[in-house]
Design a protein. Structure first.
Length: 330
């Protein structure tokens, strides 16, 4: 069988014609959690994402290899980056993208998540991306539909495409992940971004530290394969990468911090706290960020230190790669 070119310099594994019969070597029907992926899976996603980074920087961003496919974005929580980048990723690949407006959908009339899922399934989508406040909701939904389901963030559990785009950002900046020391700082307790990044960075051979006040540190956090610190000055010493997290107030049920100004004083990243890290340290944040709460505003905008907008760029490429690898697995 002749293998057609998908992109300059890249061949689809066993593609007969764009949008039909893709049988990639990616062994998963859904993308629900980093914990489901092997090192080889992660490397495959990152390598494919890299080709999309180049395409997205060119004048011809559109390559409709998934023409005729349908993606439904089903977001029960707010999003700017994730939802927009899945939409853009799909459109650049020729996918018809539907953004469900949950607030004006029949969930507002009491329809359950699973009934919503089965209703959408009857319309034969090829992909559904789901963001939901409950940990495990996306996995449950994936058991009720025929199409590929992508976890766009479920409760405190996982946000796998965020960790993948973070990994791509680190790899592009440093040329590797293995052997780096990464400090993830802030509201570790409520953060699905932290959990996905801890899982991915450990699999890829990085050393992971977590830095938080005791109230925002999960119990037994060491069992995740991280080294906990309760002071920024100690946690950031000699690290290669600092990943800041937002206070997830929407998931807090009590008083976890005294005040945002006190939090910034002890845990907000500024140049003084960063000065104990390696000379070439860089700063990440998944967004949305709260300037002056977890990160100093001027530092966040410093293009010599901050890769926050690089992360956004990588997000589109990673989501394109994920769509390509999950295509036609139903
Ligand atoms: N990082 C992230 O998930 O951002 P959004 O909430 O804007 O999608």
């Amino acid at each position: 069988m002749r293998l057609p070119k998908l992109h300059k310099g890249r061949i689809a594994p066993t593609l007969e014609r764009p949008g039909a019969g893709v049988q990639s070597s990616f062994p998963h029907k859904h993308l629900l959690a980093i914990s489901d992926l092997s090192v080889k899976d992660i490397e495959q996603i990152l390598a494919l994402s890299e080709t999309y980074v180049q395409t997205n920087r060119s004048n011809n961003k559109k390559n409709p290899i998934l023409k005729g496919q349908t993606l439904i974005n089903l977001f029960f929580e707010n999003s700017t980056r994730t939802r927009t980048s899945f939409e853009l990723a799909g459109k650049r690949m020729g996918v018809d993208v539907i953004n469900m407006n949950v607030e004006s959908s029949s969930t507002a009339k009491g329809e359950t998540l699973l009934d919503t899922a089965m209703t959408l399934n009857a319309m034969h989508p090829d992909f559904i991306t789901v963001r939901h406040a409950e940990s495990g909701a996306v996995q449950l939904l994936s058991q009720k539909v025929k199409c590929a389901v992508i976890n766009a963030g479920d409760g405190w559990h996982e946000h796998p495409t965020q960790a993948l785009l973070d990994a791509l950002t680190i790899q592009k900046r440093r040329g590797k992940i293995k052997g780096l020391t990464v400090a993830i700082c802030g509201d570790i307790l409520h953060s699905r971004v932290a959990r996905s990044n801890i899982a991915l960075l450990n699999k890829m051979g990085a050393r992971v530290r977590v830095v938080a006040p005791p109230t925002l540190m999960p119990l037994y956090v060491e069992t995740l394969g991280v080294e906990p610190f309760y002071e920024m000055e100690r946690g950031l010493k000699n690290v290669d990468v600092v990943m800041m997290l937002r206070l997830q107030k929407e998931r807090m049920t009590g008083n976890y911090i005294s005040s945002t100004s006190e939090y910034f004083h002890f845990y907000g990243l500024d140049r003084t706290k960063l000065s104990v890290a390696k000379d070439d340290v860089f700063v990440m944040h998944p967004g949305p960020m709260n300037r002056g709460v977890e990160i100093d505003s001027e530092l966040a905008d410093d293009i010599n230190r901050s890769v926050i907008l690089d992360q956004v760029e990588m997000g589109v490429a990673v989501r394109q790669a994920v769509l390509e690898l999950l295509a036609h697995k139903s």
